[in-house]
Design a protein around this ligand. Structure first.
Ligand code: MFK
Ligand code: FAD
Length: 524
């Protein structure tokens, strides 16, 4: 064949090639910290385009998708899930590169979170969703740090935060049941105290994504040891931690009912689980399961938000390189005004998503490492649902647009955008759907009697500091007008129904204001 062959787009070092990301780090880290971690980021930025990319591709190859073997040849129940070789390698890389450890070693105090999430940002788009078990592992480590016993800290916490692949454990998070994933207060699973501090848990978990993990955090309805009664609703749920396997290697009272047949996240072994006498320990107080597990949710929601931002970054890296190489109508696409405008719009979404994600990460680091950071904790509590709902929604649409930027080739599996789009989509659903997060935003506004909006006073401060150029001050003015409109809406809305039915629009409007303020600040 002697005809035309298109020069393919290629991925450059994903740290060195990403000016937006580098500028965010420059702004949020002290120069000395950045100087110290930069060689590692640069090395990792190269790895995610080489061996780590190969591992992710291996996971997402159809023949390698997880498979469930329920029985051995002699009809013994075994419930073994086989995963790709790449899946195991991605686990080892995660431990060795400190993808969890960096946050808990706290070598750079509150900046450790930024360093850790910077590596997650590079890793996620190549990892074919290994970031999912990692996000829950991170949340589990935090919950044990906050609520665990000394014994749990000496065993589980040390394993979850280890850099040694042989010692490193991952954790799942089991909340969702058939009657309700958003409304977990409908959960049916029950826990009965059997001896000492050991509980026996039975029920059915409808979604478990980190099924090959070593540990799990789960909610169950506590049977009162005194009188055998249970409390209905979410106040009857407590948080438990359980090992997946018993010391002899057998599953700990778990049967894998089946693997889910999913639209995306194909390499991730999401399963339905029957629990029958799973031995577990309680974490925190009886009936405080939802607030307890919220510490995981508030971390995994930041992962979901960043997950979409960096999926879009990967799509754009491919689309931009293609634009330099593809000729149409006597020009390369990068010299074509409409194509460039299309990519510029996506770039704006990417920048907004990345700025918002790292702002949340910065706050997370502060809340964990600075003792008087109550104000940061309040801001983060309000911003996390806004960030996750807004960034995931705009980001997935933008990934779809990026696919079109490569024409028909964008739709081809081996070009690399298809998987990003499919895998990005789930982030609008898991860890709280857009509507549930919007209701959470309204809840925080109600609980704080609107005080949380003071957070957005920062927006004004940012804006005041950037009255430097005409364009920026015009943008700053429109951000302030939008904020005033929201305040007027809240003041004038007394009906619960009106507030609830507008919760989503309100959340998106707050997301847009936040994006505007952060983009203006970065540009100044
Ligand atoms: C790369 C991406 C990686 C991500 C991977 C993820 C893999 C997939 C894993 C999953 O999807 S795990 C399942 C995730 N499930 C959810 O996110 C559930 C969504 N539903 C909600 O968030 C509901 O709003 C909620 C379950 C919290 C409602 O529960 P309740 O108990 O009916 O609500 P309620 O009574 O309002 O809240 C109970 C308490 O929890 C309250 O505290 P108090 O009792 O002290 O008043 C709330 O303030 C507190 N709470 C609720 N959400 C909170 C929170 N506290 C802090 N932060 C939050 N986010
Ligand atoms: P429902 O709660 O039934 O919601 C249905 C619809 O109703 C949604 O659009 C929702 O926004 C809307 N809705 C519900 N309540 C309200 C309201 N008050 N106001 C307005 N709208 C409302 N869960 C785990 O616990 N562990 C896991 O590892 C896990 N992995 C997952 C992996 C994948 C691939 C997927 C897709 C899901 C996973 N989940 C997991 C489950 C996920 O968290 C739930 O699917 C999600 O929380 C929604 O719950 P649901 O499916 O029961 O939907």
């Amino acid at each position: 064949d002697t005809g035309f062959l298109q020069e393919p787009p290629c991925l450059k070092n994903q740290y060195e090639d990403d000016i937006v990301f580098k500028n965010i780090l420059k702004k949020s880290l002290p120069a000395s910290v950045l100087a110290e971690i930069e060689p590692d980021l640069s090395k990792f930025g190269d790895r995610v385009t080489k061996d780590i990319l190969v591992m992710g591709d291996n996971v997402d190859t159809p023949n390698n998708h997880p498979q469930l073997k329920q029985y051995d040849a002699w009809c013994r129940r075994v419930d073994e899930i086989s995963t790709a070789q790449g899946w195991k390698e991605l686990n080892d890389v995660a431990a060795e590169e400190g993808l969890i450890a960096i946050a808990y070693e706290r070598k750079y105090a509150q900046y450790s979170r930024i360093y850790q999430f910077a590596k997650q940002y590079l890793y996620m788009p190549s990892s074919a969703m290994y970031s999912c078990p990692l996000s829950m592992t991170d949340g589990a480590a935090r919950v044990i740090e906050l609520l665990g016993t000394e014994e749990m800290k000496n065993t589980y916490y040390n394993r979850l935060t280890s850099r040694d692949p042989k010692k490193f454990w991952t954790s799942g998070q089991w909340m969702t049941e058939r009657p309700g994933g958003s409304d977990v207060g409908q959960s049916e699973t029950q826990a009965e105290l059997i001896e000492g501090s050991t509980w026996s848990i039975s029920g059915f978990k409808w979604f478990s994504s980190a099924t090959t993990a070593d540990l799990t955090m789960l909610l169950a309805r506590t049977i009162d040891p005194e009188n055998g009664t249970v409390r209905t609703g979410s106040k009857g749920l407590s948080l438990y931690v359980a090992e997946m396997r018993q010391p002899d290697g057998q599953l700990n009272g778990v049967r894998i009912h089946r693997l889910k047949n999913k639209y995306g996240t194909k390499g991730l072994p999401t399963a339905e689980l029957q629990l029958n006498g799973m031995k577990a320990k309680m974490l925190g107080n009886t009936g405080r399961g939802v607030p307890g597990i919220a510490s995981i949710l508030n971390i995994t929601r930041i992962y979901a938000c960043l997950g979409v931002a960096c999926a879009l970054r990967r799509c754009l890296a491919i689309a931009k390189d293609f634009a330099y190489k593809r000729h149409a109508f006597n020009n390369t696409l990068d010299k074509t005004p409409l194509h460039i405008t299309t990519l510029a719009e996506l770039e704006l979404v990417f920048r907004a998503g990345t700025q918002i994600s790292f702002y949340c990460v910065e706050l997370l680091g502060r809340t964990e490492c600075i003792s008087e950071s109550k104000q940061d904790a309040d801001i983060l509590r309000f911003l996390t649902p806004i960030a996750k709902a807004y960034v995931c929604k705009i980001g997935v649409n933008a990934c779809s647009e990026a696919m079109e930027a490569l024409g028909g080739q964008g739709y081809m599996e081996d070009v690399g955008i298809g998987r990003q789009l499919r895998d990005a989509q789930v982030n609008t659903i898991w860890e709280g759907t857009t509507n549930v997060l919007s209701m959470d935003v309204v809840r925080v506004m109600k609980e704080t009697k609107g005080q949380c909006l003071v957070t957005f006073e920062n927006v004004k401060k940012i804006n005041r500091s950037v009255q430097t150029t005409f364009r920026l001050s015009e943008a700053a003015k429109s951000v302030e007008i939008a904020l005033n409109n929201i305040k007027l809406f809240i003041k004038s809305t007394t009906s619960k129904i009106e507030m609830e039915s507008n919760a989503r629009q309100l959340t998106f409007a707050l997301g847009k204001i936040l994006a505007g303020a952060l983009l203006i600040e970065q540009a100044a």
